[in-house]
Design a protein around this ligand. Structure first.
Ligand SMILES: [Zn+2]
Length: 147
């Protein structure tokens, strides 16, 4: 791993730990040339996962897209990247638990909602309001009962 500051390849790892939900490995490295420190993350490559949308189009899974969808549910003042990362990690591990290389976008939305409910009620409601098909009050009640 090259140093991002001086591009030297002489770096060493001096601290390693799993992230909160153990989906990533965090490593603290030090450059032996310029002595700057930097962090790396090691995560499983989920590039084999495909997401199928309602219109049957299919594309590769993207953690960045999942993260920004979750981030959008939080009020800007409460959008703490540690919490959004934790929600993203939880959703990602639940997606892997499905043990299916093709995931339907509705399944992802349902998992995000079930996860958000435990983290932040207002983010849960915002996500539900922007993603569920809520044409009537009774439909909203039905959706709320699901979670
Ligand atoms: Zn360096």
């Amino acid at each position: 791993m090259k140093c991002p500051f001086c591009r030297s390849s002489q770096t060493e790892v001096y601290n390693t730990r799993a992230t909160k939900f153990a989906t990533q490995i965090w490593r603290r490295r030090r450059c032996l040339s310029c002595h700057e420190g930097f962090t790396t993350y090691e995560a499983a490559d989920l590039g084999f996962l495909q997401v199928r949308a309602q219109n049957a189009s299919q594309g590769p899974y993207s953690r960045a897209r999942l993260y920004s969808g979750i981030a959008a549910a939080f009020e800007p003042a409460k959008a703490d990247s540690t919490i959004i990362d934790a929600v993203t990690d939880t959703v990602e591990s639940k997606l892997l638990d499905l043990k299916n290389p093709i995931i339907v976008s509705d399944q992802i939305a349902a998992i995000i909602l079930a996860t958000l409910k435990h983290f932040d009620t207002s983010a849960f409601l915002r996500y539900l309001a922007s993603h569920a098909d809520l044409r009537s009050k009774s439909e909203l009640k039905r959706q709320l009962k699901n979670y």
